[in-house]
Design a protein around this ligand. Structure first.
Ligand code: AVJ
Length: 321
C-alpha cells in the first residue's frame, strides 16, 4: 500500500478519494448508471469549469454577474448593522465581491466549503482585498450543515448561494438544504439564491454542448479522474458527451454515452456498458418564478424579491426566513 512511488496525499484527499470510489461504485451499480456531479471538480475539472464560464454559449455566469452588479444595492438594502454573510460552497468569486462592495459595513463574511484548501485560499484572497472585514471560514458539507460559530456579530444572517448550484440538487435535496440553511441562519434571516430559468431548449442545450468541446472535456474528465485517482480503467475513447433537455423534470442532463459495448474496472468490480448505454453525470434544474416560490415555501422561506436578467435569463431570488 505504501509503495514508494505513491504520491503523498493529505488525510483530506484520502477521505475524498474513498468517498469518490464509494459514490462511483454505487452509481455504476444502478439501472440508470449515475454519479454525483460534485466529483467533476478535481483541479483539472475546476480549471475546465472556469473555461466553461467564459464560453459564448454558457450564459449563466455572465448573466448572473451582470445582474448582481446591477441589483447589489437593492439586494443589500435590508442587511442592517453587523450583518453576517454566509456563502455556501464559496468560490469567493467576483460575485461575492459585488455584494461585499455594496455592503461596506458588513459584520462578517463566512465562506463555507467542503474543500478546506479552497476555503482557506478564498478566505485569504478576500482578506487581502477587504482588510477591515472579518472573514471567518467554516469547513463543511452544505448537505450536512453544522451550526454557525457562536462568536459572530449579532446582526441579520444572510445566506448566499449563487451560480445556480441549487439546480444540481434533486428537488427533495434542495428543500432539505434550504430548510437546514434557514435553521442555521436563524430568526430574521435573508437568503440570496441564484437560479437559471427555463428557456428555449436550443439555448439550454448549446450552453451544455459548446462548439469548442470544453463541456465535453469537462464531462469526460470525470472518467480520466477515476482512472488517475481510483486506478479505474475506463476507455475514454468509447464514450461521447451528451447534453439533453428533460422537459418533464425541467432540467438539463449531461450523460457519457458508450458508443460501443465497453467495460471498466473500479476497485474490485467490473461494470459493463451496452452500446448506447449512458452514465448520467449531472442534472442542472431550470426554474420559473413560480417553481422558486414553491421551493422557498416548502422549505420555510418566503420569496421577497425576484430579479431577472436580460435574455438568456437567470434570476436572483431574495428569500426571507
Ligand atoms: C456550476 C452546477 C452551476 O450546472 O450549469 C456547467 C456546472 N455543468 N456546464 C451548471 C456545469 C456543465 C454548472 N453549475
Amino acid at each position: 500500500e505504501d509503495a514508494p512511488h505513491e504520491r503523498k496525499v493529505s488525510p483530506e484527499d484520502d477521505t475524498q478519494t474513498a468517498a469518490f470510489r464509494r459514490d462511483l461504485v454505487q452509481g455504476l451499480s444502478r439501472g440508470q448508471k449515475a454519479v454525483p456531479p460534485k466529483w467533476f471538480y478535481d483541479a483539472e475539472g475546476s480549471r475546465l469549469f472556469e473555461d466553461i464560464t467564459a464560453l459564448p454559449e454558457y450564459y449563466p455566469t455572465r448573466q448572473e454577474t451582470a445582474l448582481l452588479r446591477d441589483r447589489a444595492a437593492a439586494l443589500t438594502a435590508d442587511f442592517g448593522p453587523d450583518a453576517v454573510l454566509v456563502e455556501f460552497g464559496s468560490g469567493a468569486s467576483e460575485k461575492t465581491r459585488l455584494l461585499l462592495d455594496a455592503a461596506p459595513d458588513l459584520g462578517a463574511y463566512v465562506p463555507l466549503d467542503i474543500s478546506e484548501s479552497a476555503l482557506l485560499d478564498a478566505a485569504a484572497r478576500i482578506r487581502a482585498d477587504y482588510p477591515r472585514l472579518r472573514v471567518q471560514p467554516v469547513p463543511g458539507d452544505f448537505e450536512h450543515l453544522a451550526p454557525l460559530p457562536d462568536d459572530l456579530p449579532h446582526g441579520r444572517r444572510i445566506g448566499f448561494f449563487p451560480g445556480s448550484t441549487i439546480g444540481n440538487l434533486e428537488p427533495e435535496e434542495a428543500v432539505r438544504f434550504l430548510a437546514s440553511a434557514r435553521r442555521m441562519l436563524g430568526e430574521g434571516a435573508l437568503f440570496i439564491l441564484g437560479v437559471d430559468l427555463v428557456k428555449d431548449p436550443a439555448t439550454l442545450v448549446a450552453a451544455y454542448d459548446d462548439s469548442q468541446g470544453v463541456t465535453a472535456a469537462f464531462n469526460l474528465n470525470l472518467l480520466a479522474r477515476a482512472n488517475a485517482e481510483l486506478g479505474a480503467d475506463f476507455d475514454l475513447g468509447a464514450f461521447a458527451h451528451r447534453a439533453v433537455w428533460n422537459p418533464d423534470q425541467s432540467r438539463m442532463e449531461m450523460h457519457l454515452q458508450a458508443a460501443r459495448q465497453t467495460a471498466a474496472r473500479v476497485g474490485d468490480s467490473v461494470f459493463t456498458f451496452m452500446a448506447g448505454e449512458t452514465l448520467h453525470t449531472e442534472s442542472s434544474r431550470k426554474f420559473t418564478q413560480d417553481s422558486v416560490a414553491a421551493l422557498a415555501k416548502e422549505s420555510g422561506w418566503s420569496m421577497a424579491g425576484f430579479e431577472v436578467s436580460p435574455e438568456p435569463s437567470v434570476a436572483l431570488a431574495l428569500l426571507r426566513g
